[in-house]
Design a protein around this ligand. Structure first.
Ligand SMILES: NC(=O)C1=CN([C@@H]2O[C@H](COP(=O)(O)OP(=O)(O)OC[C@H]3O[C@@H](n4cnc5c(N)ncnc54)[C@H](OP(=O)(O)O)[C@@H]3O)[C@@H](O)[C@H]2O)C=CC1
Ligand SMILES: N[C@@H](CC=O)C(=O)O
Length: 814
């Protein structure tokens, strides 16, 4: 024997009812007891209609007509014409009865809990009767089971308590001689005087569970409009998926905290008789659904699901007069209970100086009044402080039987939330360790659920949300590389990398779901949002996405000045822009400290040597206890390119322009040719070694005539270089005469750093440095005889974008 329950959506339309018929037909080899809800939406309409009637509002009649039409139309659409009349008259009799009750409510202007039960239960009575006739007309011999009479309760109207001994006997008696298919109304019951009661909203699940337990069936199925209990709320977490197997206790925890697939009291009768409950999707019967049973059948997943509840308020009662006084908590809970306020979570620290309770946000005023009254005396003596109330909060809970077997789950939970800037207001965990609950601000709920889902479900892809400013040579290449790699990263690295914000100096564009990278240029350039730094940052904050990373691909000091604020919002920063790390030592250090304090990441590997692993290698040396004694390096890709290609007969300015076209120079080439770019790089390297230096501490000999440096535009600069052609020709000629090559070399030795153009002879390792390559030699305590050498392309969009990409992936993998 099998008990099935179909909810409001499953029986909501004639088409859906035909699907239900197919499911019942497929199971007809077995005796089936089928509990149905009211047609979808009808219970709410009945409630609204009776409220209007009680308020003396005649418009209740219009609403009633709508309810009536819904049922009569369903009969006409479902049943063949020849079998309609009997069902129509039966339905009309029930509706007339209901209309009389509504009229009575209207006339006396009152809706008692008892009348409400009478009205609301009619939804199930009507639906079940129509369904019985429909199934019979389809050739399935079907009885109607009067659960309203079978299930006996006390007289707590609207949420009655079941008397199991009489109920179980009634059920057994009825089903001894019933047909092989019986349709029963859910939700309805009656007291010992046969007055209608109901089992509480969602009570149809409970009806089915009572029948399943009384009949000790093998199978109990709840058919609904989702494919089982989900790992999280799918409206917030797009990758939430059905949980295949779950224990009774886990299901209770999840359904108490927001996973509304099953009405919580349903589980107890099934648990008492050890009957597995299957949650199935009426519209996707092929899906496995969720099986709730005594244990989660060897599942290895220790966090089974996340649940959440919105609109939570925290009440914090504190005071010196509370410490060591046993009755305080009793009085607090008594006051709340008398005010009919349900306490959702409780936390109290061992100091006993305060008790914090979480309640439904709608109960704040009632709680405030009740607590003020209860503690009037203590408040007047300042033994209790005025109640602190914090609203607009949400609960998030991790649920899983096996959490108790794993150390560090709460640590993982708090770290994941903390790294994403989510502050935890309160925590509760019982000794069963089956549920770890935190209270957070409601505006962080979606982000928190996603962060936790990513953190605890192994199959999950980690989503990284990128905000890119600067889409020129380097930024544009980075976008191309990301577009090309997205699929690979998703499949092989479980990283879902999306660009959600883009800007150049004029426009900005956002798409929370990820910008379509096949047309990012059109989207940005034809967009209407003007780029403003404050608005860009505000949008990042408003979107409040998990794992947000700000990528600065500009050479702008203004954008570099935003990093500290961004890092302090728990948003990581990745940048090839050297301005921040080469600004004052104080600012450089503050950025590192902010990143550390807020657990955001600040990565700038491409500041030195573009894509070459210079900074990470240096960091590895330092962290492992090595000491850098000397650095010798060629750190400018553009200058190396220029001096490698500047030969007699070639104009210096043309080579400089070519270096720009190849993407090696800075947006302002003066920065390269003046040596400032190399000064910044050596400064960054020695700072990473722990030296507290400023840019002004680096000595530099410029080979550029002073008037070149006074130009404002690149064109003026090129014109001045052309005017000084002879100067540059003489430099190269002199080097050639000395059998040497020109290189701009950065040196750090004996605590001093310098940058200058040098003639490098054949015996030096820098002599053969080709193209735009960089080279760095680190002499350290461990690399004492031979330096550690890093060499390779040190400029260019492709290698720089790759280095930025690698920094982003370090964040994704952290
Ligand atoms: N080229 C290389 O080999 C390497 C470069 N780098 C660094 O990479 C960075 C980018 O260089 P590159 O791509 O060549 O430069 P580009 O000039 O090609 O691109 C700069 C981009 O930044 C934008 N931008 C400038 N100022 C702002 C602002 N205030 N707000 C928003 N966007 C702005 C520009 O927009 P718009 O077009 O509207 O002005 C443009 O999209 C530089 O910091 C450079 O030092 C680092 C290592 C190697
Ligand atoms: N302009 C720079 C590019 C990298 O920082 C260079 O020439 O090396």
């Amino acid at each position: 024997m099998k008990v099935l329950k179909f909810g409001g959506t499953s029986v909501g339309t004639p088409d859906n009812l035909r699907v239900v018929k197919d499911i019942l037909s497929a199971g007809k080899e077995e005796k089936q007891v089928c509990v149905v809800s009211a047609f979808g939406g009808v219970t709410n309409l009945l409630h609204e209609c009776s409220d209007l009637a009680a308020a003396g509002d005649e418009s209740y009649q219009g609403l009633f007509a709508k309810i009536e039409a819904r049922h009569l139309d369903t009969v006409k659409e479902l049943l063949p014409v020849k079998s309609q009349s009997g069902t129509l008259s039966k339905t009309k009799i029930l509706l007339n009865d209901l209309e009389d009750i509504m009229k009575g409510i209207f006339l006396i202007g009152e809706l008692s809990p008892r009348s409400l039960d009478r009205v609301l239960g009619m939804g199930e009575i009507l639906s079940s009767n129509i369904i019985v006739d429909f199934l019979n007309s389809e050739g399935l011999t079907t009885d109607w089971g009067n659960t309203g009479a079978m299930i006996k309760t006390d007289s707590t109207f609207n949420n009655a308590i079941v008397d199991f001994s009489s109920t179980n006997q009634n059920i057994k008696d009825f089903f001894k001689s019933s047909a092989d298919l019986v349709i029963c109304p859910g939700f309805v019951s009656s007291n010992q005087d046969n007055v209608n009661t109901t089992l509480g909203r969602g009570g149809s699940d409970y009806t089915a569970a009572i029948l399943a337990a009384a009949l000790e069936v093998d199978t109990f199925e709840i058919w609904t409009d989702v494919s089982g209990m989900m790992t999280s709320d799918p409206r917030a977490v797009s990758s939430a998926h059905p949980i295949e197997k779950i224990s009774y206790q886990e299901a209770m925890e999840l359904s108490h905290f927001g996973a509304k697939v099953i009405y919580p009291p349903t589980i107890q009768p099934a648990l008492d008789k050890n009957i597995p409950i299957k949650i199935k999707n009426t519209f996707r019967p092929q899906d496995a659904g969720t099986t709730i049973s005594a244990d989660s059948n060897g599942s290895k997943q220790f966090v089974k699901g996340l649940s959440s509840v919105k609109n939570i308020a925290l009440l914090n009662l504190s005071g010196s007069g509370m410490i060591g006084i046993p009755k305080f908590s009793f009085r607090l809970f008594k006051a709340l209970s008398e005010a009919k306020v349900n306490v959702i979570i409780i936390t109290q620290a061992s100091s006993e100086h305060s008790i914090c309770v979480g309640i439904d946000g709608n109960d704040v005023e009632a709680s405030r009044a009740a607590i003020a009254e209860e503690f009037q005396f203590e408040l007047s003596l300042n033994k209790v402080n005025p109640l602190e109330v914090e609203e607009h909060l949400a609960i998030v809970a991790l649920v899983g039987d096996k959490m108790r077997d794993h150390v560090g789950i709460s640590g993982q939970m708090f770290a994941a939330l903390g790294e994403n800037g989510v502050n935890i207001k309160a925590i509760a965990q019982g000794s069963s360790e089956r549920n770890i609950t935190v209270v957070i601000q409601e505006r962080h709920l979606k982000k928190s659920l996603n962060v936790l889902h990513e953190s605890f479900f192994l199959s999950e892809k980690k989503r990284i949300n990128l905000f890119l400013v600067g889409i020129g040579n380097v930024g544009g290449t980075l976008i191309q590389q990301i577009a090309k790699q997205q699929e690979y990263l998703s499949e092989n690295e479980h990283v879902d990398l999306r660009i959600v914000g883009l800007a150049n100096s004029k426009k900005m564009y956002f798409d929370e779901e990820g910008i379509d990278l096949s047309k990012w240029k059109d989207l940005l350039l034809n967009g209407t949002l003007k780029m403003e730094n404050a608005a860009f940052i505000q949008s990042i904050q408003n979107m409040n996405l998990r794992n947000s990373v700000f990528v600065d691909n500009t050479a702008s000091a203004e954008i570099a000045g935003l990093y500290n604020g961004i890092l302090s919002k728990n948003i990581s920063v990745v940048t090839p822009n050297k301005i921040a790390c080469a600004s004052s030592y104080e600012n450089y250090q503050e950025l590192k400290n902010t990143a550390r304090e807020y657990k955001s990441k600040f990565y700038y590997e491409t500041n030195v040597g573009a894509g070459l692993p210079v900074i990470t290698t240096l960091n590895d040396l330092i962290k492992s206890g090595d000491r850098v004694k000397k650095i010798e390096a060629v750190l400018s890709g553009s200058l190396n390119f220029i001096f490698n290609n500047f030969k007699p007969g070639v104009k210096f300015v043309d080579i400089v322009k070519q270096a720009g076209e190849e993407g090696y120079t800075e947006p302002d080439p003066k920065i390269d040719l003046s040596g400032v770019d190399v000064m910044r790089k050596i400064l960054i390297l020695i700072r990473e070694c722990g030296v507290e230096a400023e840019l002004s501490d680096i000595t530099a000999d410029s080979f550029i005539p002073a008037d070149c440096m006074k130009t404002k535009t690149n064109e003026e600069f090129y014109a001045k270089l052309e005017a000084h052609e002879e100067h540059f020709q003489s430099l190269v000629k002199q080097a050639e005469d000395n059998n040497a090559r020109l290189k701009v070399v950065a040196t750090y030795d004996d605590g001093k750093a310098s940058v200058g153009l040098k003639e490098i002879t054949k015996s030096h390792p820098f002599y053969i440095l080709e193209g735009s390559d960089n080279i760095v030699l680190f002499n350290t305590n461990r690399y004492a005889d031979q330096p550690l050498v890093i060499k390779g392309a040190g400029a260019g969009a492709a290698v720089t974008a790759m280095g930025i990409f690698a920094d982003i992936m370090r964040i994704a993998n952290s």
